[in-house]
Design a protein around this ligand. Structure first.
Ligand code: GLN
Length: 497
């Protein structure tokens, strides 16, 4: 029989423990033991918290000798639960290598705001989740720790860049995971691993302690076992933070519990001919729209807001911001200087040696392209035009939301792809994000819910996108939809095996 902690949502675990079953603390202790035994199968965690540390920092977790104080942890909505944290988020004293050789050995001197808020909610931390280097990738193959494997099928990628967190949640080795989503890095891995992926409005959750990739697009996101769990975590971490001036003062509306009290006007965004879905994904999308119609009532098609151009616009803007953000990794404050840089050489040579040896090929490609699009003579033709296209997309979404409360669209054109299959073709890798980058460019909240399996037995999903600050409505709608798909109950799922 599958252990309860492997497949129960946090909501159900709390209910079980209320009826006299095991406590979240005990369940999390068992989960940490299992992670120690099983993690090497998936490579989901690049670092696991020593059990002694989990106990010391999080009173109440059973110790290695089984001695614990069940139920005596700090009170709070997440008391006794623990999560995986993406390797680009700061946890005091923990490695924060962003999946990069350049930062191997670097330990965070402080907690990110989201981490601090989770601690305050009683939540603990199981370890650091592997990721594509600095968030750059869609497959978790660009990591200094080697590729992460998909728990549904180990020869496939878990999606990226938050693939380690998605794999940990799917394998039942984390209650949930904190990730980051710049162009789809939470939603795509959630899609590939059959879990819920949620990215809030830009500015809704603090980025203090998140290593910057593309600052105008970066958001902290949540990978969870259910929409209800994602909402629980969201409410613990969202809201204004004096340490991040881009966080909004808009109050965080409570997520409704239970069925909606009104009809939603839902618009369907259909992929254009150039963005054809794989046949199994197309069939699943049509079927999902039928189910969504039952939940939401009549839906109307909106002009496609997805344009092939969007990936190019995203690429130009994200790479430009990345090139400038990554300039700080020069070996003087951050980064391994290594032996090459020793021996009284010049500062310039040291920087060159550190960056040449530390960054992987994908990161270098992006720094070069990002520097190019910002250079004199090219900027007007590339960067400025991409900014204008981004403004047009924002206006098109605003127009769409004047007629709809929510939009429904696919998350990706097919299920998880085999390891290695897109490595030689960067354009194909970038195009993986064609359905997720629009919400990122427009700074909109979006959630993906697993809907079914493709012909290879790999998960598929739909994506709901809402107007700015509509998280509460969006999550309520997603929860209503999730109840129809009942995806968690699937026997073949890794958490039910
Ligand atoms: N896959 C996209 C990229 O490589 C998005 C990554 C992300 O959201 N961090 O840029």
């Amino acid at each position: 029989m599958t252990a309860l902690w492997r497949n129960l949502t946090m909501g159900r675990m709390l209910a079980e423990s209320g009826r006299g079953g095991s406590t979240p603390h005990e369940a999390t202790g068992a989960m940490r033991e299992a992670a120690g035994r099983e993690n090497s199968r998936w490579g989901a965690y690049s670092w696991l918290a020593p059990k002694a540390e989990m106990q010391a920092r999080h009173a109440g977790f059973p110790g290695p000798d089984g001695a614990g104080l069940p139920g005596s942890g700090p009170p709070g909505p997440l008391a006794g639960f623990a999560c995986a944290v993406k390797a680009n988020l700061a946890v005091e004293g923990w490695p924060c290598d962003c999946g990069s050789r350049l930062l191997q050995g670097y330990l965070s001197p402080y907690d990110a705001t989201v981490v601090r808020r989770l601690r305050a909610a009683g939540c603990g931390f199981l370890g650091v989740a592997a990721m594509d280097e600095f968030g750059m990738g869609s497959s978790c193959e660009f990591s200094c720790h080697g590729p992460v494997r998909n728990p549904w099928r180990p020869d496939c990628t878990p999606g990226g860049s938050s693939g380690g967190g998605a794999a940990a949640v799917a394998a039942g080795l984390a209650w949930f995971a904190l990730g980051s989503d710049t162009g789809g890095s939470v939603r795509l891995p959630a899609h590939c691993c059959g879990v819920v992926g949620f990215k809030p409005t830009y500015g809704r959750i603090s980025r203090f302690g998140l290593t910057a990739y593309a600052s105008s697009l970066d958001t902290v996101g949540i990978l969870a076992r259910s929409v209800g769990d994602a909402a629980l975590v969201y409410q613990a971490i969202a809201g204004r933070d004096p340490h991040d001036a881009t966080t909004a003062v808009v109050p965080v509306a409570p997520c409704p519990d239970g069925p909606p009290d009104r009809q939603w006007r839902v618009g369907v965004v259909r992929p254009g001919p150039a963005q054809a879905l794989e046949p199994a994904a197309a069939a699943n999308f049509t079927q999902s729209l039928g189910i969504a119609g039952k939940v939401f009532g009549k839906m109307k098609d909106v002009d496609s807001l997805i344009d092939e151009v969007d990936v190019g616009v995203y690429t130009i803007l994200a790479f430009a911001e990345a090139a400038s953000n990554l300039a700080r990794f020069d070996g003087s404050l951050y980064g391994q200087r290594g032996r090459q840089a020793e021996g009284g050489r010049s500062f310039g040579r040291m920087v060159r040696a550190v960056r040449s040896a530390g960054f992987g090929p994908e990161v270098k490609r992006r720094i070069l392209l990002g520097t190019h699009v910002l250079s004199t003579g090219y900027r007007a033709r590339t960067y400025d035009r991409a900014q204008a296209a981004r403004r047009r997309l924002i206006a098109a979404f605003a127009e769409g939301f004047s007629r709809c409360d929510l939009l429904i669209l696919p998350t990706a054109s097919g299920g998880a792809f085999p390891l290695g299959s897109r490595l030689a073709d960067p354009a194909a890798m970038y195009a993986t994000d064609r359905f997720t980058v629009p919400a990122s460019l427009a700074g909109l909240p979006a959630v993906t819910i697993p809907t079914g399996l493709d012909d290879r037995g790999l998960p598929l999903s739909v994506q709901l996108v809402g107007p700015p600050w509509s998280e509460a409505t969006l999550l309520a709608a997603a929860q209503a939809l999730e109840a129809e798909f009942r995806f968690r109950e699937r026997k073949e799922a890794p958490w039910n095996r």
